[in-house]
Ligand binder design. Structure first.
Ligand code: SF4
Length: 415
């Protein structure tokens, strides 16, 4: 009976569409948006500053990892059948370290399990030594339309300090290979604030970047993360952290130079020319839904954050079993409270050039941001770290240099 009614209703709608009374044949089956992150944890060498979940010298695990990853991708696909995939990001580790066969298998599993939007942004992280014409052809053939190149520096001295497995010539060769590709959406990752790096080193690297006219730059300030070799070396005085005033000079060189070549600082570390902002990363910062696959990968779906098992060995073991449930490979689940969501919203939006929209904040949390945080805002404004108008509150250039401390101050007020 219900089916009959639905059919009658459908026919009525179709008639109205034919007569031009309504425009679409949308029966309310609108799909939600989702991004996919795929974590490939293999690296050729371990860089001393890196705190990602990565492994070197375990090539014998690649085949099993690929099967485990495919099993995870397939196992949750039913749950996401009403979602449309807006962006896919292969990150790591080093996704370009994977051979063509493994990469193709993973892609095929995604393609056969999810509804991918034809306008999807599909990115892959690539290390300069891995790139060659054959790999590039594969990326193009599976629909990759954005490449993020882990260049880090054009100075050999700095690349050695960073423990990278490439030199500046490798980086330039890979950029030349990319220039012949029809993938035009290319990001270069660069690092400043490396021990012993001078302002001249950084200026040369940034100027070299500009000579390639790439549409996107991620310029990260090096941080000394616990559990890294750099952190231990710092504690033992084997390396020295660059002085604050040098970091300010480097950051200011970016903010002075890049806008002249039409780059917009749409996030503290990210610069893009018109229409080349990373859709995938924007979705993280805007707290949209994403599902992460692979060991240690995080997900954020409908207000719940989860984290997969971090150990590569355990991840493979659990996913090679016949019966797989999400509980078996998810290590942490946190349903965000109202306060968690507000804290995250502030922290992430302050990193964006638009800052916090007063209207959106009010709609989401029922508070006026500029009133709720009035005292701190006035303190920060006096110190020239914050600016507000009737629509937005955002960090000034000086504020961007201490964004973490500012976020912490605001979050203390919430908790
Ligand atoms: S290549 Fe990237 S992921 Fe691998 S160790 Fe170096 S920084 Fe970390």
């Amino acid at each position: 009976m219900i089916n009959k009614l639905l059919l009658l209703n459908k026919k009525k709608i179709e008639k109205k569409v034919k007569k031009g009374k309504i425009k679409t044949l949308d029966y309310g089956h609108h799909k939600k948006d989702l991004s996919l992150y795929v974590h490939i944890p293999f690296c050729d060498l371990i860089c001393p500053y890196c705190d990602f979940n990565k492994y070197a010298n375990v090539d014998h695990m690649i085949v099993d990892f690929t099967s485990a990853l495919s099993a995870e991708i397939k196992s949750v696909s039913e749950k996401f059948k009403n979602y449309s995939i807006k962006s896919i990001f292969f990150g790591g580790g080093t996704p370009s370290y994977l051979d063509e066969y493994s990469l193709n298998n993973i892609y095929e599993q995604i393609n056969s399990s999810y509804d991918i939007d034809p306008k999807v942004e599909f990115s892959i992280e690539v290390n300069p030594t891995d790139l060659n014409e054959k790999k590039l052809k594969l990326y193009e053939s599976i629909g990759v339309n954005r490449i993020s190149l882990g260049g880090q520096s054009f100075e050999d001295e700095i690349l050695i300090k960073l423990g990278r497995n490439h030199n500046s010539k490798d980086l330039e060769t890979s950029l030349n290979i990319l220039q012949d590709s029809y993938i035009k959406n290319i990001n270069l990752d660069l690092i400043f604030g490396v021990p012993d790096q001078t302002i001249e080193h950084w200026k040369k690297t940034l100027d070299k970047f500009l000579s390639y006219s790439l549409p996107h730059l991620s310029a990260y300030c090096l941080t000394f993360e616990p559990k890294t070799k750099y952190f231990r070396d710092l504690k033992l005085n084997k390396i020295i952290s660059p002085p604050e005033n040098l970091l300010v000079k480097m950051f200011n060189y970016n903010t002075k130079t890049l806008p002249k070549s039409n780059y917009e600082q749409y996030e503290i570390s990210n610069w893009a020319q018109k229409s080349f902002k990373s859709k995938h990363n924007l979705r993280y910062w805007q707290m949209k839904n994403y599902r992460g696959f692979g060991p240690g990968a995080s997900s954020h779906v409908e207000g719940t954050r989860t984290k997969n098992i971090r150990s590569l060995k355990s991840y493979i073991k659990v996913l090679m079993k016949e019966e797989i449930t999400e509980d078996s490979f998810i290590q942490e689940t946190n349903k965000n409270t109202f306060e968690d969501t507000m804290s995250e919203y502030i922290m992430l939006n302050l990193r964006l050039s638009d800052g916090i929209s007063h209207q959106k904040f009010f709609q989401r949390f029922g508070y006026r941001f500029e009133v709720r945080f009035e005292n701190i805002i006035s303190e920060l404004k006096k110190a020239s770290l914050f600016e507000t108008n009737d629509k937005y509150s955002k960090l000034t250039n000086n504020g961007k240099l201490v964004s973490d401390e500012i976020s912490r101050k605001l979050l203390q007020e919430i908790n």
